[in-house]
Design a protein around this ligand. Structure first.
Ligand SMILES: CC(C)(COP(=O)(O)OP(=O)(O)OC[C@H]1O[C@@H](n2cnc3c(N)ncnc32)[C@H](O)[C@@H]1OP(=O)(O)O)[C@@H](O)C(=O)NCCC(=O)NCCS
Length: 170
């Protein structure tokens, strides 16, 4: 058991927490190159979500009442009700306790039951074994690989594609 997990929409008061997390040395290398990392980018993301809460959102994961991580979504297909999950990050000090697993499942449940999506998609770097294990443990199904899609300092890396349907959440 991972203790009490909370999930709430992020506010402007969370920006410092989000910036510190996104720039942590055990988080930053795993985020997509275009991810928000500075206060302005997170502020823009939060303002966009405020104007369209059914289409995008940045959330804070809480553990026993304290900030522990974050996760976000945006709609990628309105007609077919598909959401992209992105920006999952857990504070390295609280990893390995099942917090990410419980929070990801709760987030998926929120996207399906409260926001009405029927499918959630996400993409991880192929070298991100911890995230791959994590998402598979949450029930996400590996649907494909974008081979050597992204350029990084160490060379070209794969993008691994995952999907989860509303009736597949354990
Ligand atoms: C992805 C993340 C949220 C998962 O949270 P976590 O608390 O680390 O998750 P867990 O500790 O439950 O680990 C998940 C699985 O990976 C395994 N694992 C842990 N460290 C690992 C490593 N270095 N290499 C391979 N597997 C690893 C764990 O054993 C566990 O597998 P198991 O359930 O089969 O035992 C967290 O690691 C994180 O914030 N990573 C940086 C940001 C990131 O990668 N985000 C996802 C972008 S797609």
């Amino acid at each position: 058991m991972s203790g009490e997990i909370g999930l709430r929409r992020a506010t402007l008061d969370d920006i410092l927490f989000l910036v510190e997390l996104a720039n942590h040395e055990d988080v930053a290398p795993y985020l997509a190159a275009v991810s928000a990392r500075d206060p302005e980018a997170f502020r823009a993301e939060l303002e966009a979500a405020e104007g369209a809460p059914d289409e995008r959102g940045r959330y804070v994961i809480e553990h026993d009442g304290a900030r522990a991580g974050t996760v976000a979504f945006e709609v990628v297909n309105r007609r077919s009700r598909i959401a992209q999950l992105y920006g999952l990050m857990l504070d390295p000090r609280v990893r390995g306790r099942g917090i990410a697993r419980d929070a990801t499942r709760a987030f998926a449940r929120h996207l399906f039951d409260e926001l009405g999506f029927h499918r959630i998609e996400l993409e991880c770097y192929g070298f991100n074994e911890r995230a791959i294990r994590h998402f598979e443990a949450c029930g996400f199904v590996r649907e494909g690989v974008k081979r050597r899609a992204y350029r990084r300092e160490e060379g070209w890396v794969d993008g691994v594609l995952y999907g989860l349907l509303a009736d597949e959440l354990p």
